[in-house]
Ligand binder design. Structure first.
Ligand code: C2E
Ligand code: MG
Ligand code: MG
Length: 732
C-alpha cells in the first residue's frame, strides 16, 4: 500500500542521503582496499573474458617476474604451462554462476626459475546485465606446502622404516642373544665393541664384562701368532676362519673355531662401528666327543688296550719310522679260555681277560705295544736290541720274552674269576725284518705261527716258518672241503661190533668216515679235531646223530634186531647251542620212534669235566633212558666221585693200555685197576682195540665184560654189519 506523495518524497530523500554516505565511505576505503590487495600474501588479479588480466597485485608481478604494468591485458594462460589445466580452468570459469566459487590446483611457470604449484580460488563478480563478465582470481603458492606434505610422507615412510628396522633389529638381537655361538664386533685393535651372551659364556666373563676388552687377551701365547696373521688378512678385507685354543677367564682352556668377517660398507658399519664381526664356536665338547669316538674305534672297550686296527696302524707307523730296526711281533692265545667262559660264565671270562690285560700292562717294558685282538688273543710288539742281521740272536731274545710272558701269565691272580686257574697260552711270533717289513706281513706271519702252535699242543710257542703258510692253506682247504662234504654224500658211518666173551653181539660203535674226491679217505683223527677247532663239529655231530638214529629205524623197520648203537660226542657238542644237545636227541628219538636204550653216547671224561653244565646235561641224557659210555678211559684223570655223578653205564678202557697188556706190567696193572673200579661202581667194562688172542685171554682173566677190536671185527660197512643182525622173532 503506497503513502501520500509527500511521504514518498521524504522516503526518497532519506534513501539518497544513505547512498551518498555509502558512496563517500566507499571512496574513502578504496585506497586502503587497493593497498590491502597489493600487499596481500596471495597473488590476486581481476580477469576479464579470455582470462586477460584487468587488475593484478604487486605480488603476482613479483612472482611471475614481470613488471606490474606489463601484466595488464595479458591472458593469465600465458604463465600456465599445462594446456589441460588451461582448458579446464576456462570451462569452469565460464560455467561459474554468480556468487559461486571455484577451486583448483594449477602449475604456474614464472618467466624464470622453478615452476610453482598454486591453488586458485575464483569468483564471478556481480555485474549489471550489460556488463562484461569478470572474475577475481586469487592464486596461492602451495609449493612449500606440497614440499612439506611430501616431506611428511617421507617422514612417515621413515617412521615405519624405523619401526620395521627396530622390530627386525629386535628379532636379530634376540637371535644373537640366544645363539649358542659367540658373536661379537671388533675394532681395529681387536677390542670388543659388542659381545652376545654366548661369547661371555664361552670366555667365562660376566655379561657386559667383555666390552672394551681385547680378544687377544684370551689367546694363549702359542696361538697369538697364528691369530695375528688371520687378523691381518681381515684388516685387509678378507674373511678368515681358524681353529684356536682360548683361555677363558676362569682358567679353563677351550677349543674354538673362529670366523672373522671384515666390515662391509653399509648399515652395519654405521650402527656398530667395528672393523670386523666375529663368530666364535666352542668346539671343546665336539672335539672331545670326536676323540672319544676315535678312541672307541681304536680301543678294546673291555680291557682298554688298543684293538686290532689300532695295533696294525701303530705297528705300521713304528716300522716306517725305525726302518732298519728289529722287531718282535708276538700273537698269543689263552689256552682253554672257551672252557672258562662255559664253566664260569661270560662275566668271569671277561674278568679273566681284564686280569690278563692288567698283568700284561704291569709287565710290559717301556715302548712295548700291547693290544687285544679279539676273544682271548693278545698282541705284543717290542723293539729288540741288537742288529737285524743276526737272526739267531734275535730268536734267542724272542724266546726270552716268551719265557717271561709265560711266567707272568701263569702267576696271574685269577681270583676275579672266582677260582684259582692255571692259565697258559699258545703263541706264534714273527720277526722284522726277517719275516717282512710291513705290519700286515708280520701280523699274518705271527697269526700263522699261532695257528700251527695251537695244533701242536696247548702251551706251544712257534716262530713263523714259511712252510706254515702252505700247511695252513691246506688246513683251510680241507675245512672248506669238509664243509661241502656233508651235503655231497661224502660222509658215511661204519659200524664196529662189540661182543661179549661168548661172541654175542652186545653193541656197536658208529664211526665216521670221509671219502674226499681228491684226498681219498681222510682219517677222523685228522678231520674231527679240525671240525672242533672251526666249530664245524656242530653240524657234523648233528649229522652223525641223525644218521645213526635213521639207521636204527631202518633196521627196525625191516624186522631186524639191532644192538645198542654208540655215537661219539665231541665235547664242543655240550656247548650251549640252539637247539641244545638234549633237544636234538629228544627230537631224534621221537621222530624215529626209537627206544632210548638203543642209543649210546660216548663221552670223554677229560673233555667234558671242565665244561659248565655238561655234567648236568649228561645226567639229563641218562634220565631220558639213553646209554652212556666213558670213552678212552684211563687217559684222563678219572675221579670216582665224578664217575658216580655222571651216571654212566660203562667205561671203555683205552686201546693204548690193551696194546701193551701182554708186554708191560704197568699196562696190566692199570687195566686190572680199571676193571676192578668199574666193577666196584657197578659199571659194565669194555676193552677197546683188542687185536690179539693173547690180549683177549688176559682180559678174560681179569674179568672184562665186553670187547671191541680188530680181533673180533674191523669197523664194517653198512651191508656187512647189517648181515650180522639177528631177525626179530616177534616181528617175523
Ligand atoms: P674212538 O672213539 O676211540 O674210536 C675207536 C677208534 O679205534 C676207531 O678209530 C676205531 O677204528 C679204532 N679201532 C678199533 N679197534 C681197533 C683195533 O683193534 N686196533 C686199532 N689200531 N684201532 C682200532 P677211528 O674210526 O679212526 O676213529 C678215531 C677217533 O675219531 C675215534 O676214537 C673218535 O674219537 C673219533 N671219531 C670217530 N667217529 C667220530 C664221530 O662220529 N664223532 C666224533 N666226535 N668223533 C669221532
Ligand atoms: Mg669212541
Ligand atoms: Mg676210544
Amino acid at each position: 500500500m503506497s503513502g501520500s506523495p509527500a511521504d514518498e518524497r521524504l522516503r526518497l530523500e532519506r534513501e539518497i542521503r544513505r547512498l551518498r554516505h555509502e558512496l563517500q565511505e566507499a571512496a574513502g576505503a578504496l585506497p586502503y582496499l587497493r593497498q590491502m590487495v597489493q600487499f596481500s600474501g596471495d597473488l590476486l588479479n581481476l580477469a576479464g573474458p579470455g582470462g586477460s588480466i584487468l587488475e593484478a597485485n604487486t605480488r603476482l608481478a613479483v612472482v611471475l617476474g614481470v613488471p606490474q604494468h606489463e601484466l595488464y591485458g595479458q591472458p593469465l594462460q600465458h604463465w600456465l604451462p599445462n594446456p589441460g589445466q588451461v582448458r579446464v580452468l576456462q570451462e569452469r570459469l565460464e560455467a561459474l554462476g554468480e556468487g559461486e566459487a571455484l577451486r583448483m590446483e594449477l602449475d604456474l611457470q614464472p618467466v624464470a626459475g622453478e615452476p610453482l604449484e598454486v591453488e586458485l580460488e575464483g569468483q564471478r563478480l556481480v555485474a549489471g546485465p550489460l556488463a562484461q563478465p569478470r572474475w577475481t582470481l586469487a592464486l596461492r603458492d602451495i609449493s612449500l606446502r606440497r614440499r612439506l606434505e611430501s616431506s611428511e610422507a617421507a617422514r612417515q615412510v621413515q617412521t615405519s622404516l624405523i619401526a620395521s628396522l627396530r622390530s627386525s633389529e629386535a628379532r636379530y638381537r634376540e637371535l644373537v642373544e640366544q645363539m649358542a655361538d659367540g658373536v661379537g664386533q671388533l675394532d681395529a685393535g681387536t677390542s670388543l665393541l659388542f659381545a652376545n651372551p654366548a661369547l661371555h659364556r664361552i670366555l667365562a666373563v660376566p655379561e657386559g664384562g667383555l666390552l672394551g676388552r681385547r680378544l687377544l687377551e684370551f689367546l694363549p701365547e702359542q696361538a697369538r701368532a697364528s691369530f695375528e696373521q688371520s687378523w691381518g688378512a681381515v684388516l685387509a678385507g678378507r674373511e678368515r676362519r681358524c681353529a684356536l685354543p682360548v683361555l677363558a677367564a676362569d682358567g679353563s682352556r677351550r677349543q674354538v673355531e673362529l670366523e672373522m668377517h671384515p666390515r662391509r660398507d653399509g648399515v652395519e658399519e654405521t650402527v656398530c662401528g667395528g672393523v670386523a664381526s666375529l663368530l666364535l664356536r666352542d668346539v671343546t665338547a665336539l672335539n672331545q666327543a670326536l676323540t672319544d669316538l676315535t678312541d672307541l674305534a681304536f680301543q678294546d672297550p673291555l680291557t682298554g688296550l688298543a684293538n686290532a686296527e689300532a695295533s696294525r696302524r701303530e705297528l705300521e707307523r713304528r716300522l716306517r719310522e725305525s726302518a732298519p730296526r728289529p722287531w718282535l711281533v708276538l700273537w698269543l692265545d689263552l689256552d682253554g679260555f672257551r672252557r672258562v667262559n662255559h664253566s664260569f660264565g661270560r662275566a668271569a671270562g671277561d674278568a679273566l681277560l681284564v686280569a690278563v690285560a692288567d698283568g700284561l700292562r704291569a709287565w710290559r717294558a717301556p715302548g712295548d705295544q700291547l693290544a687285544r685282538l679279539g676273544g682271548d688273543e693278545f698282541l705284543l710288539v717290542r723293539e729288540l736290541p741288537g742288529t737285524p742281521d743276526d737272526p739267531a740272536a734275535l730268536q734267542a731274545q724272542a724266546q726270552e720274552v716268551v719265557l717271561q710272558l709265560r711266567d707272568t701269565i701263569t702267576q696271574l691272580d685269577t681270583s676275579a674269576v672266582g677260582a684259582a686257574l692255571g692259565l697258559g697260552f699258545s703263541a706264534g711270533y714273527s720277526l722284522a725284518p726277517l719275516h717282512g717289513c710291513r705290519a700286515e706281513d708280520l701280523l699274518q706271519a705271527a697269526a700263522t705261527a699261532l695257528s700251527c702252535a695251537r695244533e701242536v699242543a696247548p702251551g706251544t710257542t712257534l716262530i713263523y716258518q714259511p712252510t706254515f703258510t702252505t700247511r695252513l692253506q691246506r688246513e683251510m682247504d680241507l675245512e672248506a672241503r669238509l664243509h661241502r662234504a656233508m651235503g655231497k654224500g661224502e660222509l658215511r658211518l661204519v659200524y664196529q661190533p662189540q661182543q661179549d666173551a661168548a661172541g654175542r653181539l652186545i653193541g656197536a660203535e658208529a664211526l665216521l668216515r670221509w671219502n674226499d674226491p681228491i684226498h681219498g679217505a681222510v682219517p677222523p683223527a685228522r678231520f674231527v679235531p679240525l671240525a672242533e677247532r672251526t666249530g664245524l663239529i656242530h653240524p657234523l655231530g648233528q649229522w652223525v646223530l641223525e644218521q645213526a638214529c635213521r639207521q636204527l629205524r631202518s633196521w627196525l623197520d625191516v624186522g631186524l634186531r639191532p644192538p645198542r648203537l654208540a655215537v661219539n660226542l665231541s665235547p664242543r657238542q655240550f656247548e650251549l647251542t640252539v637247539p641244545s644237545l638234549m633237544e636234538q636227541v629228544e627230537e631224534l628219538l621221537q621222530r624215529h620212534r626209537l627206544p632210548p636204550a638203543l642209543l649210546e653216547l660216548e663221552i670223554t671224561e677229560s673233555s667234558i669235566l671242565p665244561m659248565a653244565g655238561a655234567i648236568g646235561q649228561v645226567q639229563q641224557l641218562a634220565a631220558m633212558g639213553l646209554q652212556l659210555a666213558l670213552d678212552d678211559f684211563g687217559t684222563g684223570y678219572s675221579s670216582l666221585a665224578v664217575l658216580n655223578r655222571l651216571s654212566i653205564h660203562r667205561i671203555k678202557i683205552d686201546r693204548s693200555f690193551i696194546e701193551h697188556l701182554e708186554t708191560r706190567e704197568s699196562a696190566r696193572t692199570i687195566v686190572r685197576t680199571a676193571l676192578a673200579m668199574g666193577r666196584g661202581l657197578g659199571l659194565e667194562t669194555l676193552a677197546e682195540g683188542v687185536e690179539t688172542a693173547g690180549q683177549l685171554e688176559v682180559l678174560e682173566l681179569l674179568g672184562c665184560d665186553v670187547y671191541q677190536g680188530y680181533w673180533f671185527s674191523r669197523p664194517l660197512e653198512l651191508e656187512a654189519f647189517t648181515a650180522l643182525l639177528p631177525r626179530d622173532a616177534a616181528a617175523s
